[in-house]
Design a protein around this ligand. Structure first.
Ligand code: FEO
Ligand code: CA
Ligand code: CA
Length: 638
């Protein structure tokens, strides 16, 4: 989800699908049928026969049938789960989590109190077992991103014109990241109010800058000790757990927190501000009214401290979090790591904006299984790539390496710091494929394939914009799609890959949809895929963001097998509260609990007239993490 001010970026034009279907059909059918013809030696195939012609996965066996009874799409104010399941609200905005924290009181929150409480707009959720290194499913730490704030739902009579110092303090303390100890007793999850590991990382926390942009002249913002220190993280959307037990969190729509960008006119900064969308005039939130660092005219290098992947150690509250600049500066949705062949550490990340790129990073040093600390700085050295999708179902990872190809001084790239700070521009020069808002990217631990959620792009094909292509097959793509990538030889450090369209989302009766060839009269409508997860059988679980606008039902949680006879059979598992999106899908290691983040409930209404008070009975709605379990305690996906 992106902030209110970003609605242009989210969904700039909502138009009917009329006229889009036939073009889409041509593109997808060409794309799929060519490959299936090659594989099957048959003539042109319709979608329904493509599935039959497709070889099933040759990797480990995948459980192919989900047994829950799908629910129907909803529009109300409740969380709905299938028969036999239940949900509990585990952590709500404002819940006290650090020592000395006061009880939540929306009318009396200060920056100091909010910094000791659970933050706003939870997105990523990661369960980290306790003790560290165990596979406990009853005790652990919940690492949660707090992406942004909805001041109109946090404060009575909110107005940008009258924003106060206290409101700004609260907002800055409400974003970032949190770690909270949780435990399951008697089947119910509760959090530890003063857990020893509990921490909050906010919009003012101290960071160390590492990697090739450390000390770069553009990173030399005020109080940064020559571009080596930074303060704050925000716009933390999705994230990922590393194999060494830290969390990598993506700074996504950081640009919305800055104001007065037009005060900066020198060529180098202006070009970057424009490419990254730093606000020309006033921000929606008004932080720049009270803190100079958010006023570009007063601290023009401050925006270069954001758009990075940060690394936080949930098991060590004393660890100063890092901004890992080798991973590139984009609007990071997620940061998924995977240990591939030869113990190579690979990170995938999408740049969630219209026509932006998919990236990956391959670390130079191998993963050390025996020494957690030896992996500490592994993400500071390696190769950054952007993806290019070819029409024949192959793809190339393009190297974002200074001195190679066009990334030379002639084009303004004097060192690797320039490349990572301007990663989008480097991707432009290399000819990466412009995607339909790539959001979460996850590796299926069972079949090792990589799944990319492209949430939507209603601007594709409109005048002046790129038209449909093979990996983004629909003009005015309101519903999004999911791409399935197979790295060459299942080596995630490879520089080539193959790919398929797995889902092209929407209502099944819409001819432009595609459910991996599964019969469409047996699937559930799904639109705007955002966050992805896998259960222990390798089934894909999909959280959505935007269904209320595209197909008129609340967002939800869906599950779909990726192999076997039910490959492509999408079923709805959960429906969320009005105005909210679903994020952070995370299973416990034993798959008996599914944690979900319910972000921005009541969006588009106000504190004084909320469309819902969920999860309470009155007052403003509170973004919360819920825990879904089966009533009989069995695994969710069995
Ligand atoms: Fe923050 Fe891309 O959703
Ligand atoms: Ca989202
Ligand atoms: Ca997202």
């Amino acid at each position: 989800m992106e902030p209110k001010i970003e609605h242009y970026d989210r969904d700039p034009v909502i138009r009917s699908e009329e006229g889009a279907g036939s073009l889409f059909g041509d593109v997808v059918e060409n794309r799929l049928s060519r490959r299936d013809v090659m594989k099957a030696g048959l003539g042109v195939l319709a979608f329904s026969t493509i599935r039959c012609a497709k070889p099933e996965s040759t990797a480990e066996p995948v459980k192919t049938v989900l047994s829950f009874e799908p629910i129907k799409g909803q529009t109300g104010n409740e969380v709905i789960v299938p028969e036999g399941f239940q949900h509990d609200v585990l952590l709500k905005w404002g819940d006290p989590t650090l020592p000395g924290a006061p009880e939540f009181d929306a009318t009396a929150t200060t920056g100091a109190s909010q910094a000791t409480q659970f933050g706003y707009n939870c997105d990523f959720v990661g369960f980290l077992p306790l003790p560290v290194g165990s596979d406990s499913s009853n005790h652990g730490l919940l690492g949660v991103n707090h992406e942004y704030i909805n001041p109109e739902l946090m404060f009575s009579n909110w107005s940008r014109k009258t924003v106060t110092q206290n409101q700004v303090d609260v907002m800055i303390a409400a974003v970032g990241f949190s770690v909270t100890e949780i435990e399951r007793k008697g089947g119910t999850w509760t959090y530890a109010r003063d857990g020893a590991f509990n921490q909050r990382v906010t919009g003012s926390s101290e960071f160390e800058i590492t990697g090739p942009a450390k000390g770069h002249p553009l990173m030399d913002a005020k109080n940064s000790e020559g571009g080596t220190k930074a303060y704050g993280t925000f716009a933390n959307c999705s994230a990922g757990k590393t194999p060494w037990g830290t969390v990598l969190s993506g700074e996504e729509n950081f640009q919305s927190m800055f104001g007065n960008g037009m005060a900066v006119q020198d060529e180098e900064r202006r070009a970057n501000y424009s490419r990254y969308g730093v606000m020309d005039n006033a921000s929606y939130y008004g932080w720049e009214d009270y803190e100079d660092r958010f006023d570009c005219g007063k601290d023009p290098n401050q925006p270069f401290h954001f758009g990075w992947v940060i690394e936080v150690d949930p098991y060590d509250p004393g660890y100063t979090p890092r901004k890992r600049t080798a991973l590139g500066r984009i609007r990071h949705e997620a940061a998924t790591t995977f240990v591939s062949k030869g113990d190579r550490v690979v990170m995938y990340s999408g740049d969630d904006a219209l026509f932006e790129y998919i990236y990956k990073f391959v670390a130079a040093k191998p993963f050390n299984h025996n020494d957690r600390k030896a992996n500490r700085d592994i993400l500071d050295e390696g190769v950054l790539y952007a993806a290019k999708f070819n029409a024949d179902g192959t793809g190339t990872w393009l190297r974002l390496v200074h001195g190679e190809g066009p990334l030379t001084a002639e084009n303004g790239f004097n060192n690797q710091g320039d490349v990572v700070i301007n990663a989008r521009t480097a991707g432009d020069l290399l000819g990466a494929t412009k995607m339909d808002r790539p959001e979460d990217i996850e590796v299926n631990p069972v079949n090792k394939k990589v799944y990319v959620a492209c949430t939507n792009n209603s601007a594709r094909g409109l005048e002046g914009n790129p038209g449909a292509d093979d990996a983004n097959p629909r003009e005015e793509n309101r519903h999004g799609h999911i791409v399935e990538m197979t790295e060459t030889d299942d080596d995630h450090a490879a520089e080539t890959f193959d790919w398929e369209l797995f889902l092209v989302c929407g209502e099944p009766e819409d001819e432009s949809t595609h459910f991996a060839g599964y019969p469409k009269d047996e699937v559930t409508a799904i639109s705007c895929p955002d966050n992805l997860a896998f259960d222990h059988h390798g089934n894909l679980w999909i959280a959505t963001d935007g269904q209320d606008k595209s197909i008129g039902i609340n967002d939800g949680m869906f599950a779909v097998p990726v192999a076997g006879k039910e490959r492509g059979k999408v079923r709805q598992f959960m429906s969320t509260v009005t105005g909210s999106e679903v994020a952070g899908p995370e299973f416990t290691p034993d798959n008996t609990t599914l944690f979900l983040a319910i972000q921005h409930p009541g969006e588009k209404s106000t504190y004084d007239e909320p469309s819902t008070s969920w999860p309470g009975e009155s007052g403003p709605p509170r973004p919360s993490v819920i825990a879904i379990t089966a009533k009989d305690g069995s695994a969710i996906s069995d």
